[in-house]
Design a protein around this ligand. Sequence first.
Ligand code: SF4
Length: 443
Amino acid sequence: MDSRLLAYAERQAPRYTSYPTAPHFSAQTGDSAAQEWLSELDRDASLSLYLHVPFCRQLCWYCGCNTYAARRDEPVLDFVDTLLAEIDLVSSFSSAKRVTEIHWGGGTPNILSPEQFKRIAERLAQRFDLSDLAAHAIELDPRYVDAAKAEAYAAAGVNRVSFGVQDLNERVQQAIGRVQPLDIVARAVEFVRQAGIDEINVDLMYGLPHQTVDDLRNSIRLAAGLNPNRVALFGYAHVPWFKKRQRLIPEASLPGAGERFEQAAAAQSELETLGYVAIGLDHFALPADELARAAASGALRRSFQGYVVQEADAIVGLGPSAISTLPQGYAQNAPEPGAWAQAILQGKLATVRGHALSADDRIRRRLIEQIMCDFEGDLAPLGGAAACADELAALTPMLSDGMVRIEGDKVQLSPEAQPFCRLVGMAFDAYAARGAARHSRAV
Ligand code: SF4
């Protein structure tokens, strides 16, 4: 690999699913601020609901999510009761009821039984207006999908399913503590399609322990055989100082920065050969998919769910660790299920941290989002290129390499710079220099 590019690949940067990023949230934003922000939403504001199910039957070693192992059913039963109470509480604090998007994430949302899922979906329909619901998505672990669950999702109006696949080579699956042969994944996809849900996403990963370029190409070909509309290809983020379970993955088994870069490039070329269009940093979609069309028309957005098509006026997070994105700022629930439940059962929101957005935050947030989505950003709201001397100084190597150009008040990334868009975004991050937050590799 070109040593100039290797230097960029070895750097660390946030993924910018929010700005400021979650490590810069503070305890100054608590439940009373979140309640006030909810009460200030316009009656006709559109809402996106994010439901975080914080349990898995067993924990995968590579996982960076906020989730807990639930080998018994009791914690899940308690969670469902508390989530219903949280739905009641949140809806009572706001006159905004019009939901345009619902996203179930985790954890493993399909740890819920069909009855549990149905109870929650029915409560959402009772407390909110779902008549404008356009996108209803759920993340599924293929190992725990059956016909009854798939039918429950379809009956509730779910129209998109994301399967966590990561890699389909047994050696790599063993090394990440998640063994799920292709036939299990294929069967799960079949259950969902038979129930009538035909928008299928497959999530893959590069940078996994013992994974090679050939493994990745093989996984992509096998996954493409399932005919997904979208493929997400995430770089494994090894952050064992933050996620202790990742200590089960020896550092020496991981590909280096140069290999990761080659894997990402090989995966992109394989997916493009198979007919997928590259979108932003890590998504691929068939050309007719609305995500591909949004990217082509400059309408792509970025949120905690990654690249998205629509953006509701507010994202309301429900469940432990869920983050709400409200017009006034971010509000994050207590990550630990016990602390979250304790607050909800006392009739309070479970917000423990967040961030009230300043005018400067809003400008930088939009600029970084443009860089992550369109590989081009408008500096005019920051006062133009002349007012961005510090930010452009941070970009000096990329500017002198010709990877990034300033055209008038626009910052533009060359194709060579696009894999490093997180680093370009970081030059405009006013918090990056202040915090001691450690991030994953830039590629
Ligand atoms: S990767 Fe998915 S299934 Fe595995 S522990 Fe994390 S959330 Fe659970």
